[in-house]
Design a protein around this ligand. Structure first.
Ligand SMILES: Cc1ncc(COP(=O)(O)O)c(C=O)c1O
Length: 314
């Protein structure tokens, strides 16, 4: 970092835990980075919006514990299931607030009033809500990783924070096409690594923020039981019909359709509903089981049971 610092550099922006990998920067490392930045006269900004979703006791400490001269970025999105509400907060040195005020005033003016009120309600109930969200999220992570970890050759590391499993399937080259196939044929929304950076090409991100850990596990199990090499797309590169809006999911091009059928069967069995396989096949495979992408796109995926924060009126 010191070597890349130049006359135009004003600061460093870090995200810990990160999106899409879910890995955190060790506190000592963060300290070292901040000391380099300070010595250069720059500003350290740390995006800590997943910090409250830390599952490893050695992480989870805010960068503000190092120094007051740090900007910590935070959000209601992940702790209160308010993705897409675009409400967050900054902790920063007092002398920066006036300048930050100008920036906000001329960009967004302010968050809309009902969203601010929801934020107040969320904060008032944070002590009840956040521990539940963290527990649920960790259960989902653990459940999904049992399944993903049993897939031979899958390249993945257990994230110490956040809400994503980030992994690479052996032989996978076109992650965008694979992600489209998973949506079109299995109703499974994973984000392609290429959406984050060229280095992440060939990787997939699975958001495990889900209200039902058992159902998520069933989908993970189905994913693992499908032919992993089939996800690698190569054999189907001539297919240009994937992901076309309004078209029915394609069958017979591989085993991806089986992913959801298998998952529905498992979920139904677990629920003791005794749903037959044929009946499961009638289920709509286009129903998304996993949130796609970042921000507002995954409101539906994380919406519902995870938390109960809504709009407060009056
Ligand atoms: C690291 C990181 N920072 C910021 C955001 C955006 O947060 P918000 O939903 O509050 O706009 C996201 C959203 O996914 C994120 O992953």
């Amino acid at each position: 970092m010191a070597a890349h610092w130049n006359a135009h550099t004003r600061g460093v922006l870090l995200a810990s835990p990160s999106n899409p990998t879910g890995t955190s920067i060790a506190f000592d490392e963060l300290k070292r980075i901040h000391h380099i930045v300070s010595a250069k006269g720059g500003i350290t900004m740390v995006d800590e919006i997943y910090l409250g979703l830390s599952y490893d006791a050695s992480f989870g400490q805010t960068a503000l514990a190092i120094d007051d001269n740090i900007i910590s970025i935070n959000s209601f999105s992940k702790y209160f299931n308010m993705t897409g509400w675009r409400l967050g907060w900054l902790v920063m040195p007092v002398d920066m607030t006036e300048h930050m005020g100008k920036l906000i005033e001329f960009n967004t003016s302010c968050a809309s009033v009902f969203v601010q009120r929801a934020g107040v309600a969320a904060m008032q109930r944070a002590g009840d809500i956040v521990p539940q969200v963290v527990m649920q999220m960790q259960a989902c992570r653990d459940r999904l990783f049992v399944e993903l970890g049993s897939i031979p050759g899958l390249d993945l590391a257990v994230p110490d924070g956040g809400m994503y499993a980030f992994f690479r399937i052996p032989g996978l080259t076109d992650d965008v096409k694979t992600a489209k196939r998973l949506v079109a044929e299995a109703g499974l929304g994973l984000a392609p690594g290429s959406a984050f950076s060229p280095e992440a090409r060939g990787w997939l991100r699975w958001c495990f923020a889900f209200s039902d850990g058992a159902a998520l596990g069933a989908v993970g199990e189905a994913f693992g039981s499908a032919q992993v090499e089939d996800f690698a797309v190569g054999a189907h590169d001539d297919r240009d019909d994937v992901g076309v809006a309004g078209q029915p999911p394609q069958r017979g091009h591989g085993d991806l359709g089986a992913v959801m059928e298998f998952a529905h069967r498992r979920i139904a069995q677990a629920a003791g509903e005794g749903v037959e396989v044929d009946e499961c096949q009638q289920l709509d495979p286009a129903r998304s089981f996993g949130p796609v992408g970042g921000g507002g796109e995954f409101d539906e995926g994380t919406g519902g049971k995870l938390s109960a924060v809504g709009v407060v009126v009056g």
